[in-house]
Design a binder for this molecule. Structure first.
Ligand code: F0G
Length: 432
């Protein structure tokens, strides 16, 4: 059974029922988090139960989120699209180039709408429907809106989407339209969308399902439950995530903390965050003052998913970096493009923001902070097809990258309908 729970402020610790529409503490304005009750003595057997559910045909067991329902708040009947249960792939090619044997990718892009957002949205939409909302809303760089629109449709609720005009990948925009959302392209960036939406939820009874919504975080944390199950409950040395609004790093940290408190793992992996250089307020704050204060920036990067200058969940993320001994750095656009092509060449692929994890790993290896004999899991957050323009621009040579990445370019070639022309191309390719 999902559990009864409290919502508490991460700043002043106060309990927060009834909850404000923007999910902020009425006393100090900080974010809230779900606090679960102490587990019963039988909790030691839950990991076995979760695994057994993989052979069940019941809808709640088939979902890779609700399979872990003992660790989720009670929010009523699940609104599910069979999210979670994503693959953990080894990356032998990238590993070989980096001199590593234990390099893994947890591919959260293999979710129903193609990003990790689905794992959180199933919980948030279930909660919103139970709470009686008729409409849900989010500001988004694209994936949250795609996911929310899909889950709202399944729940029978209206979906209001605010996205920065011209700044999200068209694949994500198309999803929101297809799932029937009211989609507003706001003249401004993601941070402007967020500000606007906060004003809307104070004036209209729509349920906010941005990641400040603590129920989102609960669903997203199940990714590490699943990861640890896939690793036979042996924590890796490092988990690396791209960072935008910084909720995913927070969710992963919360999941790990709960696992250690309940004795399912004996120690915490280091959880580290990688931002795009043009959108890296946490990396700057971490370097300058260990994340005590964060100065918002004007964000610029082609990895539009993480083009965020004023991340809402930065305090939660700092706590995760501190608790796990992780680090936060920024990577350049060229590093991002190269890393994305390398993951693509493994036959896996991901969207640009996800590749930040590999780009960050490369920096940490060269600094010596991560060792080549360590076990590293990269969290790939979005599917390759989310942003096809980026991939085409890279392969057609419309992005500046270093010589090693140049060799990964595979521009399409136009030829006559003639076998000899194909064979000539094949010969050229074999020689490279
Ligand atoms: N990767 C992808 C593919 C994303 O879509 C996002 C965030 C992140 C990483 C960063 O995760 O915000 O939890 O640190 N996308 C949000 C959106 C902001 O609106 O889709 P975060």
């Amino acid at each position: 059974m999902p559990t009864d729970h409290q919502l508490c402020c991460i700043g002043c610790g106060r309990s927060a029922f009834p909850t404000a529409p923007d999910f902020r503490c009425a006393h100090c304005g900080e974010l809230l988090e779900v606090v679960l009750p102490k587990p019963p003595a039988e909790a030691g057997t839950w990991p076995r139960r979760w695994r057994e559910r993989r052979t069940s045909l019941a809808a709640e067991d088939i979902s890779g989120v609700w399979r872990f329902r003992e660790m989720l708040p009670a929010v009523g009947e699940p609104v599910s699209l069979r999210e979670g249960n994503t693959p953990l792939y080894q990356l032998p090619g990238c590993g070989r180039r980096l001199g590593m044997t234990q390099l893994w990718a947890k591919h959260q892009g293999i979710n129903p709408t193609g990003s990790f957002k689905d794992t959180g949205m199933t919980v948030a939409l279930s909660q919103a429907r139970t709470a009686g909302f008729r409409w849900v809303a989010c500001a988004s760089t694209g994936n949250t809106s795609a996911s929310m629109a899909a889950y709202a449709a399944r729940a029978g609720l209206g979906a209001l989407v605010l996205v920065p005009a011209g700044q999200i990948a068209w694949g994500k925009l198309a999803q929101a339209l297809d799932y029937g959302a009211l989609t507003c392209q706001v003249q401004g960036d993601f941070d402007a969308c967020m500000r606007t939406l906060n004003a809307v939820v104070r004036r209209s009874p729509v349920g906010l399902v941005n990641s400040v919504n603590p129920y989102r975080v609960e669903g997203q944390k199940t990714a590490v439950y699943e990861l640890l199950e896939q690793l036979a409950w042996q924590p890796p040395d490092h988990i690396i995530v791209p960072g935008g609004n910084l909720a995913n790093a927070s969710a992963i940290g919360k999941g790990l903390r709960e696992m250690r408190e309940r004795g399912w793992i004996t120690h915490l992996p280091k959880v580290s965050v990688v931002q795009a250089l043009g959108a890296s307020p946490l990396a700057a704050a971490w370097r300058a003052n260990r994340g005590r204060e964060l100065t918002p920036v004007h964000a610029e990067t082609r990895a539009t998913a993480i083009r965020i200058g004023n991340p809402a969940s930065w305090r939660k993320a700092v706590r995760v970096l501190e608790e796990t001994g992780g680090d936060c750095i920024a990577v350049s656009e060229a590093e991002l493009a190269a890393a994305k092509a390398e993951i693509g060449a493994e036959g896996i692929g991901c969207e640009p923001a996800s590749a930040a994890a590999l780009a960050g790993l490369k920096q940490w290896l060269s600094q010596g902070w991560i060792r080549r004999d360590e076990t590293v899991v990269l969290v790939l957050t979005g599917h390759l097809l989310k942003d096809a323009d980026y991939t085409l621009d890279f392969h057609r040579g419309q992005m500046a990258v270093d010589a090693a990445a140049e060799r990964l370019r595979r521009p399409p070639v136009e030829i006559p309908a003639d076998a000899a022309a194909v064979l000539a191309q094949l010969e050229k390719a074999v020689q490279v």
